[in-house]
Design a protein around this ligand. Structure first.
Ligand SMILES: [Zn+2]
Length: 276
């Protein structure tokens, strides 16, 4: 599943490839992919120009002329490709934005879980998924004091609390395991038991890790590829995720795998002690 660094990589790719292109028409081959009226989706976008592509959490926000935004969530396997209109359609292509210049932006999704929704620009904040998102993991928006206070109010263990996106957005299963290892925090530690110093260390590592992953173009596990079909390079920097049995890079203890909140979880049993 693409996490924030992968979605950010897609956003940057789209900004390089489709900016200022004008849509001639839109083809939808799987109606359920569009939330709301499919005909209205097609009719509204015809003639519009892509002005920029933004992102909030793992939601891509394709901004069009006329104050129109398409909220696009890739879910498990969604991918965008830019191709000439003459290239044959892949059987997993479900939405095609045709541009007047003869190129197309194609949305592929082998599992069909991705969704697109057309809204008036600015109204994306009312989207049920976007509405509950915590701050973006940047120095400007993500503050230690707020983070610590939010953890104090959580009844969940830290791994689950970080995955729910309300305290800080953008951490999925891979990066949660990584930042907890970096911060020497056991994934089953109750969130409210973290000290201020632990919360600060975790906060700093979340910003550092996600930015490093973005710079590396994301992580390729299974099928993720960005809009250029390049593979992300961050899988080579992972310390614990899917490293079960391999030595911890700090203390050489074999990495263990447990299940936390139904998610496979990797940690070092020596560096990340569960305090009583
Ligand atoms: Zn260790």
């Amino acid at each position: 599943m693409p996490e924030l660094p992968e979605v950010e990589t897609v956003r940057r790719g789209l900004n390089d490839l489709v900016l200022n292109k004008q849509i001639s028409s839109v083809d939808v081959y799987y109606d359920k992919m569009i939330i709301g009226d499919v005909q209205k989706f097609k009719d509204t976008l015809a003639g519009k120009v892509i002005e920029t592509v933004d992102r909030r959490g793992k939601y891509l926000l394709l901004r069009f002329s006329g104050d129109v935004t398409v909220i696009s969530h890739l879910r498990m396997e969604g991918k965008y490709y830019v191709k000439s209109k003459d290239e044959p359609l892949d059987k997993h292509t479900h939405v095609v934005f045709n541009f007047v210049d003869g190129t197309t932006l194609r949305y592929n999704d082998t599992r069909k879980f991705g969704r697109m929704e057309l809204v008036k620009t600015g109204m994306e904040v009312n989207n049920s998924g976007i509405k509950k998102l915590g701050p973006e993991p940047t120095v400007d928006t993500f503050k230690v004091d707020d983070f610590y206070q939010a953890l104090q109010k959580k009844k969940k263990v830290i791994k689950t609390a970080l995955l729910d996106q309300t305290i800080v957005t953008g951490l999925g299963n891979i990066y949660v395991d990584e930042v907890l290892w970096m911060s020497k925090i056991h994934p089953q530690t109750p969130a409210k038991n973290l000290s201020y110093d632990e919360a600060k260390k975790l906060h700093d590592n979340i910003i550092k890790e996600l930015n490093m992953a973005i710079e590396a173009g994301g992580t390729t596990i299974r099928s993720y590829t960005d809009a250029f079909r390049n593979e992300g390079g961050f899988q080579f920097s992972l310390k614990v995720y899917q490293k079960t049995g391999e030595p911890c890079q700090r203390c050489q203890t074999p990495i263990e795998r447990i299940v936390v909140g139904q998610r496979g979880t990797h940690f070092c049993p020596k560096c990340q002690i569960l305090k009583p």
